[in-house]
Design a binder for this molecule. Sequence first.
Ligand code: NI
Length: 169
Amino acid sequence: MGVRTILHYPDPRLREAGKRIEKMTPELQSLIEDMAETMYAAPGVGLAATQIGELLQLFIIDIASDDEPSDLRVFINPEIIEATGTITWEEGCLSFPGVTEEITRSGQLKVRALDRGFKPFELEAEGLLAVAVQHEYDHLQGKLMIDHVGPLKKRIINRKMQKRAEAEL
Ligand code: NI
């Protein structure tokens, strides 16, 4: 299928949680391919399945910079098993085009997930990787970056995204 359409806030489907994935299938492999194509085309550093309307516990991340080889990481049924410290990062989201906000999250994480071969792995993350994992993990629970900002900023983002949605109709 290739590049998929990324849902934009306030699309209500972004509020739905992903379901646990029971087994690897050819359909799931091609979904992962599509997600990677979609993320690189955007371009973005992470994409959750729920952002393209697939309600599954699956996200991908690639935080390699432009001059580095790509470093695609696939997380299936992810769990954050440890979270300590704090980090504040200027975040963006492919579902909120044109919006960036400083968000404070845990600074160090331990994550457990399955890779695209359906093999379990554990990962310790800090810096941008820790930020990206928490951001994408949120998506799988129907939680969005706007839920991390104060009421005034929330109103500004809401208005901006509403206007954009009206312009897209
Ligand atoms: Ni996002």
